[in-house]
Design a protein around this ligand. Structure first.
Ligand SMILES: NC(=O)C1=CN([C@@H]2O[C@H](COP(=O)(O)OP(=O)(O)OC[C@H]3O[C@@H](n4cnc5c(N)ncnc54)[C@H](OP(=O)(O)O)[C@@H]3O)[C@@H](O)[C@H]2O)C=CC1
Ligand SMILES: O=C(O)C1=N[C@H](C(=O)O)C[C@H](O)C1
Length: 234
């Protein structure tokens, strides 16, 4: 498969290594100053760029009928526009806040736990995410997906709040510590005990492998998909 990498930073470079090991060719590497490129030489594009360019990158792929995988976080104000464009162009698109198999299982575990805890009013839920100091957005996309998994399954919460507290808002604390690839912890606390579930990424290989698997899966398909479709879970 011929793959275009939109964003050639930490993730783009890790994806390149895994894609080559799986027998693919990297035909395009696009970074900040690369404005004049031909996306049509790719069979599929993988976008791991920065929040304020992701939607443009995705639109360019859909306008040129190239299936696109995006892992960039912090651009979701435009997610519905990306979905509408994909439907209009009869294209193929997947966004995931986290492509790793482990986190996608963790998402399902989080939803199941949220359902179980939803009638137990003595527990308050909170979340912490820790990432490297170069991360541009907070809270992480993964933390937002986890928060949505709780809010949709527990009527005591109707939103989330970063580094603050308010009634019915799930509090999220975002910490930045050098070189941490990504740690997410969900905590239920009562007066008598604490329940925590966490996912700790040891490196970026899991995110990158998931993105390559998603790109292999999407070629030849039409529609807007999620990692649950790719992994057949959920
Ligand atoms: N969904 C998931 O599983 C995961 C998501 N992420 C997300 O992926 C994104 C990238 O992460 P990471 O690789 O660590 O970040 P990096 O900063 O290492 O890489 C981003 C790259 O995008 C480049 N870039 C800037 N402008 C453009 C443009 N117009 N078109 C294409 N590329 C551009 C940057 O170039 P320059 O440096 O020259 O500005 C940089 O090389 C983040 O949003 C992060 O949150 C990260 C890990 C996993
Ligand atoms: O920026 C990162 O590094 C990561 N970003 C994603 C997010 O915002 O959830 C996924 C992963 O945690 C690493």
């Amino acid at each position: 498969m011929n793959i275009a990498l939109l964003g050639y930073g930490r993730m783009g470079q890790t994806i390149e290594q895994i894609a080559i090991k799986r027998g693919h060719n990297i035909v395009l590497k696009v970074d900040k100053d690369d404005t004049d490129y031909d996306i049509t030489k790719a069979d599929v594009a993988i976008d791991f760029s920065i929040p304020n360019v992701a939607f443009n990158n995705i639109s360019n792929c859909l306008n040129n009928n190239i299936p696109v995988i995006s892992g960039t976080t912090g651009w979701l104000d435009n997610y519905d526009n990306a979905v509408a464009l994909c439907e209009e162009k009869k294209g193929a698109f997947i966004y995931a806040s986290n492509f790793s198999l482990g986190v996608n299982i963790f998402f399902e575990l989080n939803k199941t736990l949220a359902k179980m805890m939803s009638t137990l009013e003595q527990y308050n839920v909170s979340m912490e995410e820790i990432h490297h100091t170069k991360k541009l957005d907070a809270p992480s996309g993964t933390a937002i997906t986890l928060a949505e998994g709780i809010i949709n399954n527990n009527p005591h919460y109707d939103g989330w709040m970063l580094d603050d507290k308010a009634d019915k808002k799930l509090p999220i604390v975002a910490k930045r510590i050098e070189d941490v690839p990504g740690t997410h912890t969900v905590t239920y606390q009562s007066e008598v005990d604490t329940i925590t579930i966490d996912h700790v990424a040891h490196n970026r290989q899991g995110f990158a492998l998931g993105a390559v698997i998603a790109s292999e899966w999407i070629v030849g398909k039409t529609g807007v998909f999620t990692m649950n479709d790719v992994l057949n879970i959920g």
